[in-house]
Design a protein around this ligand. Structure first.
Ligand code: FA5
Length: 344
């Protein structure tokens, strides 16, 4: 019986030492220690059996058992020293001054950056910066701008209509021009203001047409304002924006809310007018619509059209950004593609 017991003791001791060697952490070592040497441990159970042996065998087995127990305890103590030292090393190896991983940092959307630049330029010329509603009434978007119902000019702007069922019809504003009348109603004349903002058109999308884009409306109303003032302000604006002298030309164009109305082109700053891909080989780039505010629009804003005249303009912001950075497709702006945006 004691031979069986001796075999079991040797086996339990060997298993306990192996388990101590294999422990990967101090916590794990503690668990293993309890399993082998704790009150309910395998080795402890064997040691308890010493008392059950006949007296003549008790001495030899007891001696062996205590020796194995001491060896196992030494094994545990040795492993504990190793693991504690390793833990200390890992703490000492940690360098708190090492920079952590850099968080990815965003920046302004190129359209927003352009809007801010335009605002700065006009603020320096004494213009107010106003915001208007993106959901607009049919009255301000069309009628007050001299575009009555059934007038073909409404077809120039494919409109998103709101289904409200109410008597007054609402639209997603198709341009920033409704703010001409709202601003005149609110501030009266004389007035200088710009209105940057988002506009919506039910467009078929292509490389230069989005259904959601940005415009900046400009309005200057005072006594004796003429096309010459408009040209001067537009040239100053574009020269500041592109940082160089600019040639501009006006082509007559129909907008119901101005008279006379123009489209404004500027001499291509990329090729100096010689013709390149950006100006489609014409030497000129069309940039905005403008004109002298129609007397009906002044009157809709409560302004005496005999006393005051004014000019207004509307510029597409995405097109300006495209020109500045040679971007070939307007759809990139809403793509959400980091590969695109990280270039700016
Ligand atoms: C207008 O929206 C007039 N309200 C501008 C105006 C204001 C004229 C004041 C006179 C006085 P138009 O539809 O041409 O005009 O648009 C103005 C600019 O917005 C265009 O020159 C172009 O740069 C930009 N634009 C128009 N449609 C789109 C579109 N679908 N996607 C991107 N940009 C556009």
């Amino acid at each position: 019986m004691s031979d069986d017991l001796t075999g079991a003791l040797e086996q339990a001791a060997a298993q306990a030492r192996e388990a101590a060697r294999a422990a990967r952490s101090l916590d794990e070592l503690e668990e293993v220690r309890t399993a082998h040497l704790g009150r309910k441990g395998a080795l402890t159970a064997l040691l308890r059996q010493i008392g059950t042996l006949p007296p003549e065998k008790r001495g030899a087995f007891g001696k062996l058992a205590n020796e194995r127990k001491r060896e196992v305890e030494e094994q545990f103590a040795g492993r504990e020293r190793e693991l504690a030292a390793a833990r200390l090393r890992s703490v000492l190896d940690f360098d708190p001054t090492t920079p952590g991983p850099r968080p990815a940092r965003g920046h302004e959307h190129p359209v927003l950056a352009m809007l801010r630049e335009i605002e700065d330029i006009f603020i320096s010329m004494g213009f107010l910066v106003l915001a208007g509603p993106e959901v607009e009434t049919e009255y301000y978007n069309f009628e007050a701008l001299n575009i009555p119902e059934h007038h073909p000019a409404r077809d120039l702007q494919d409109t998103f209509w709101m289904e409200t069922g109410a008597e007054c019809r609402w639209v997603l504003r198709t341009h920033t021009s409704p703010m001409q009348v709202r601003a005149l109603e609110r501030f009266g004349a004389p007035l200088r203001a710009i209105v940057p903002g988002r506009v919506y058109r039910n467009e078929t999308l292509d490389a230069t047409h989005e259904a959601t884009f940005h415009q900046v409306e400009g309005l200057m109303v005072d006594r004796g304002v003429s096309v010459a003032h408009m040209k001067g302000v537009m040239a100053a604006f574009l020269e500041r924006l592109f940082g160089q002298k600019i040639v501009i030309r006006l082509r007559p164009h129909y907008f119901p809310f101005v008279e006379p109305g123009f489209e404004l082109d500027f001499g291509c700053v990329f090729c100096g007018g010689a013709g390149c891909a950006i100006c489609k080989r014409s030497g000129w780039i069309e940039i905005l619509g403008c004109g002298l505010v129609h007397p009906r629009v002044l009157r809709a804003g409560g302004v005496d059209a005999e006393e005051f005249t004014g000019f207004a303009f509307g510029v597409g912001v995405e097109r300006l950004v495209m020109m500045r950075h040679s971007i070939e497709d307007i759809r990139h702006f809403h793509s959400g593609s980091l590969r695109f945006f990280e270039q700016f």
